[in-house]
Design a protein around this ligand. Structure first.
Ligand SMILES: Cc1ncc(COP(=O)(O)O)c(C=O)c1O
Length: 393
């Protein structure tokens, strides 16, 4: 199976954000892109076949979900995550980030506080600030083994603030790779419930977990608080469909669902493009085996990278990867400031991971590596980096 994922597919000049805009965005030449969260793998063959048939049909009129599209979402979450979703709870949005913007606009007012836990997926900050809301940060803490934990005392303090209205939870957490445990999720629910905070749970990475780490949909353990949870899901990370633009926002409370639907309507975002539901259906209905193979390949990449770093970049520390395909590596012991560290990667090594500081100042001194690429590409990137660090005085 690894030959599927070992295969190098040239993505240059395909309009790929990751490959074609990398040099321009990072300021380098022929950079090896290990940034932005899409994969260098082909989506499952069943998805390709379905989209090929759709293209051959040749008519691309206004589109809506068929019953089978809803069923594919319902069945996937029931089968994979033990979550029973009602069809009426599913609302289409072209992406999770557009949805987050609409949710913040619909359910908070100007200057309201929105809780996030940095370092975190950077658009969370933009979503809050671009809409004139305020960030209430609850920084994650690292324990003695380097693993990230939630500071519940501080979370409680933030949630008690009169301005606090919403929490954007990243679960599993990008970029630190944690899959939150049930006890952690229940504590978050408890704190939000005590303080009447609406919980928006971004679960886009829910299918990408490793070993015995299991994603728990927040809604399934929320008891009476479940109607105060809005869950963002999508097949895009799981099956490499980000450019197809489809996500499903799950809202069990009827009033909140109506409100969000109204926001989608006002934004003119009610209908998917002709290819999106077809791709989603094929992926959710036929992509399970492919996903299994993908996960084992990615974790193989992670193990290889961890071993390589421990022998070649001895001061760097790799955070354990419980979920996502984004490896979070601590370079602080090398004592570079963020500009120097960025330049080492882009100007000297010719490699472009995401610098940790974009996820908030808490990420300073870290790099986030997208390891969803053929092993040989990862090896090339890591060798380039090791070469540069070896030559440091
Ligand atoms: C936590 C998280 N949410 C949302 C997104 C992007 O979602 P979309 O492409 O559907 O807007 C990403 C992409 O990396 C992500 O990591």
């Amino acid at each position: 199976m690894s030959d599927i994922f070992d295969k190098i597919i040239d993505r240059k000049n395909t309009g790929s954000e990751k490959w074609d805009r990398c040099d321009q965005l990072f300021g380098g030449e022929n950079l090896l892109p290990l940034w932005v969260a899409d994969m260098d793998f082909r989506t499952p063959q069943e998805v390709i076949d379905t989209l090929t048939l759709k293209a051959a049909h040749g008519i691309f009129g206004y589109t809506s979900y068929r019953d089978s599209a809803y069923d594919s979402v319902i069945n996937w979450f029931s089968r994979k995550h033990g979550w029973k979703i009602d069809r009426e709870w599913i609302l289409y949005s072209p992406g999770v980030v557009p949805a987050l913007n609409l949710l913040v606009q619909a359910f908070t007012d100007l200057c309201d506080g929105v809780i996030i836990q940095r370092p975190v997926y950077h658009p969370f900050m933009k979503v809050i600030e671009n809409n004139g809301r305020r960030i209430l940060n609850n920084p994650l803490r690292q324990n003695s083994s380097g693993s990230y934990e939630i500071d519940f005392d501080h979370l409680r303090e933030q949630a008690k603030k009169p301005a606090a209205r919403m929490m954007l939870l990243c679960t599993p957490h990008n970029p630190v790779g944690r899959v939150w445990r049930e006890d952690e999720l229940k504590t978050i629910i408890g704190i939000c419930s005590e303080n009447n905070i609406l919980l928006v749970s971004d679960e886009i990475h829910c299918d990408l977990t490793f070993n015995n780490h299991r994603h728990i949909p927040l809604h399934t353990i929320a008891g009476e608080f479940k109607d105060n949870i809005i869950t963002c899901t999508a097949p895009s990370k799981t099956f490499n469909l980000a450019g197809v633009q489809i996500s499903n926002i799950i809202i069990s409370d009827q009033e909140k669902g109506k409100k969000f639907k109204n926001s989608l309507m006002k934004a003119g975002m009610l209908d998917p493009n002709s290819f999106a539901p077809e791709a989603m259906e094929a992926a959710y209905n036929y992509g399970e085996k492919w996903l299994e193979d993908l996960l084992s390949y990615i974790y193989g990449n992670f193990k290889w990278m961890k071993k390589f770093i421990s022998s070649e970049l001895t001061k760097a520390e790799v955070t354990e990867l419980e979920g996502t395909y984004l490896a979070w590596v601590d370079f602080r012991k090398y004592n570079f400031n963020s500009k120097e560290l960025d330049d080492l990667f882009t100007k000297k090594a010719g490699v472009a991971p995401n610098p940790g500081h974009i996820f908030g100042p808490e990420g300073d001194g870290f790099m986030r590596f997208n390891i969803a690429c053929p092993r040989s590409v990862l090896e090339e990137g890591m060798n380039r980096i090791a070469q540069v660090f070896k030559n440091l005085k």
